[in-house]
Design a protein around this ligand. Structure first.
Ligand code: NAD
Ligand code: UD1
Length: 338
């Protein structure tokens, strides 16, 4: 019998890419999304790529009655929980919205799962839970100390899930700590589509490349890094999606708590990324070095050994592919899904 997976936030950037791979692996997929940061169009494109149907339900994870109804309607093997708000700056301006959406929303979902006996969940955590690195590469044993409300919501949900597994060994939970997801599906049909001015590097560069923005502001040229700009561990979103499918398979097979980094283990600077994107799009892109962005760190990259040991996971796609795939998505869809 085909396994059925509930994907919250499945219309979003990482969710849509993961849905493609779930469908391709033979899972049936139900998506629950309120489209606060996405478009139903993304799910149509997912169906087009995979040549399979998705059940899409428009709704909010904080709606307990709806969750009960969704979980009662069929037998799910597990839930991949992407739904949440993710803008760091906004989380400092509107912390209650973040605690409500990310923490209360997750609690509602977990309670509904508990009451319907669905005890397998993958949670979208973030490398942001580590806070300022005390050493590099960041391994999973590194202390946790998020430095903004968004990061604290991720930390709190992790804590909740750790307590839950400790209280009931039937629960099987994956805490996947993403580094910097970028790139797009190679079809050019789905990709990242930020609603406002992009906060993150890659969507900003790609909007400069299509002429939606004049130049890239490079935040800080005086870090203690080889070229003075910030260094991060960028991972292709299709590699990240593959990590979810592998995690799901091990968690369905054996109930456990799995906490792993998903990154590549290699750092890339802002200027290196800009150069790689210029090669991908075949033109120079204007940039201006600005003061550092408050809250930024110089360098972050993952120790990926645990994901390899536990899941056989290794990110395969290169910075070049990340840029080429982003460029294909952005140039084919200059205004995203709209
Ligand atoms: P995204 O905004 O593209 O996707 C999130 C989806 O959740 C959207 O479709 C949105 O409409 C939906 N959503 C939000 N609140 C909801 C609610 N209350 N009820 C129902 N649906 C809701 O973001 P993404 O980049 O795909 O990120 C997915 C998850 O991964 C998030 O939890 C995010 O915090 C986490 N994460 C993302 C990154 C990253 O850089 N993209 C890094 C680390 C962790
Ligand atoms: C950001 C979030 C982090 C989240 C991660 C996931 C912040 C402070 N942190 O991390 O919580 O887990 O995304 O992807 O937002 N840069 C520029 N110009 C730009 C945008 C970025 O120079 O217009 C630089 C940054 O200074 C940084 C690098 O590019 O050195 C990457 O930035 P970004 O894509 O925002 O990711 P992070 O800051 O690593």
């Amino acid at each position: 019998m085909e396994k059925h997976i509930l994907v919250t936030g499945g219309a979003g950037y990482i969710g849509s890419h993961t849905c493609v791979q779930l469908l391709e692996r033979g899972y049936q997929v139900t998506v629950l999304d309120n489209y606060c940061n996405s478009s139903p169009q993304a799910l149509k494109r997912v169906e087009q790529i995979a040549e399979k149907k998705i059940e899409a339900i428009e709704g909010d994870i904080r709606n307990q009655a709806l969750l009960e109804q969704v979980l009662r309607s069929k037998t799910y093997s597990g839930v991949i929980h992407f739904a949440g708000l993710k803008a760091v700056g906004e989380s400092s301006e509107k912390p209650l919205e973040y605690y409500d959406n990310n923490v209360s929303g997750s609690l509602s979902l977990i309670r509904a799962m508990q009451s319907h006996g669905v005890k397998c969940m993958i949670f979208s955590s973030s490398a942001t839970v580590y806070g300022d690195p005390k050493y590099l590469p960041l391994d999973e044993a590194h202390g946790l100390g998020p430095v903004n409300p968004y990061g604290r919501t991720k930390f709190m949900v992790e804590e909740m899930l750790r307590d839950l597994v400790a209280s009931d060994s039937q629960w099987s939970v994956g805490l996947l700590r993403y580094f910097n997801p970028v790139g797009a599906h190679p079809s050019g049909l789905i990709g990242e589509d930020p609603r406002d001015v992009p906060n993150n590097l890659m969507p900003f560069i790609s909007q400069v490349a299509v002429g939606r923005r004049q130049h890239l502001n490079v935040f800080g040229g005086d870090y203690d890094t080889p070229d003075g700009t910030g260094v991060r561990d960028y991972i292709h979103v299709d590699d990240l999606a593959k990590g979810h499918v592998l995690a799901l398979e091990t968690l369905i097979e054996r109930a456990r708590l799995l906490t792993v980094n998903l990154g590549t283990g290699a750092g890339c600077s802002v200027l290196e990324m800009l150069k790689a994107f210029e090669t991908a799009c075949g033109k120079p892109l204007s940039h201006q070095v600005q003061p550092r962005r408050p809250g930024d760190i110089a360098t972050s990259f993952a120790d990926c050994r645990l994901a390899e040991q536990e899941l056989g996971f290794r990110a395969e796609r290169t910075i070049r592919q990340m840029c080429e795939d982003t460029w294909r998505w952005q140039s084919n869809n200059q205004n995203g899904y709209s």
